[in-house]
Write a protein that binds this ligand. Sequence first.
Ligand SMILES: Cc1cc2nc3c(=O)[nH]c(=O)nc-3n(C[C@H](O)[C@H](O)[C@H](O)COP(=O)(O)O)c2cc1C
Length: 306
Amino acid sequence: MANLQVKYLGTEFENPTVLASGVLGVTAATWKSVVNSGAGGITTKSIWLNEHQGHPNPTIITTENWMMNAVGLPDAGLEKAKEEIALYSENKPAPLIASIVAGKKDEFAVIAEEVDKLDVDILEVNISCPNVEDELGLPFACVALDAKSVTEDVKKVAKNKPVIIKLSPNVTNVVEIANACAEGGADGFCLINTLGPGLAINLETRMPILANKVGGISGPAIKPLAVKIVSDVYQATKLPIIGTGGITTGADALEIMMAGATLVGIGTAVFYRGADVFRKVSKEMSDWCDKEGVKSVEELIGTAKV
Ligand SMILES: Cc1cc2nc3c(=O)[nH]c(=O)nc-3n(C[C@H](O)[C@H](O)[C@H](O)COP(=O)(O)O)c2cc1C
C-alpha cells in the first residue's frame, strides 16, 4: 500500500486531505467526526475577533457542477473558538489549522496573537472571501501591498506557529500577490478561496436566488483554475501549498499535488460525495499510486511538467 503521509510545515498528516475552512460546522465534535470520516486534518471556520453575523437565507445554491454561497462568514467569535479548540485538543485526532479573518487590517494581529497560543498547528489567514465586499470592501488579497502588510503584521505576533495566507482567484496576477506575501514572511499558502462573486437569477421572479444577490463559486467547475493557480504560485515561490478548489476525487487530488500542492483541501465535495469523501479520495489516491508503483504520495508534489 502506498504511503499517504505528508509533512506540511513541520506537522505530520496521515493523508493529504484536509477539511476546507467553512464547511461542516464549527464545533470540536464535528471536526472529530470529519477526522473519523478519513480527513488527514481540519481547518476551522474562519474565526473573527467578535461574533459576526452572516447573510440571511437563502445562502447556498448547489448545482451539478458548482455551488454558490453567500453564508457571509458567520462566526461566534474568538472566545467560543478557544473553547472548541480546547475540546478538540482532548485526544486530538489530527492536526488543526486555525483560519482567522478580520474586516480591518489591524485586527488580524490581535486574533493571531491569541490563536498562536492555542493548540493549533498552523495559522491560516483568510484575506480572500469574495461575498462580504458590500460590508468590508475589496478583499485584502486583491491588493499586493495590503496582502503583504497583513502577512507582516501576523508574522510579527505569531511566534510559535507557521502562517499561511489564503489567496483569492479574483485578481489579474495572483503571482504578484503571492510574491508580496512571501516578502512579508508567509510560510505557505492555501489556494484558492471561492471564485466570483457570481450571480444566479430565478426565471419566474427575475430576482437573484441568493438573498445576498451574489456569492462565491466553489466545486468542480473551479478545479482547473485552482490547479493553474497552485502551479503558478508553486513555481514562483516554492512555498508549501494547500491546494483547494473543486477537489472531488482521488484523481483531482493527485492532479493538484502534481501541480505543487502538499495538502489537498476539500469543501464542496462533501455535498456531492458525503462526509466520508475524505476516505474515498484517499483510497482512490492510494489505488492509483499502487497501480503506478508510486511508493509515497509525497514523491508526486510539483512533478507536473508545466
Ligand atoms: C459554504 C461555504 C463556506 C465557506 N466558508 C469559508 C470560510 O469561513 N473561510 C474561508 O477561508 N473559506 C471559506 N469557504 C471557501 C472554502 O474553504 C474553499 O476555499 C472553496 O470553497 C473552494 O474549495 P471547494 O471547491 O472544495 O469547496 C467556504 C466555502 C463554502 C462552500
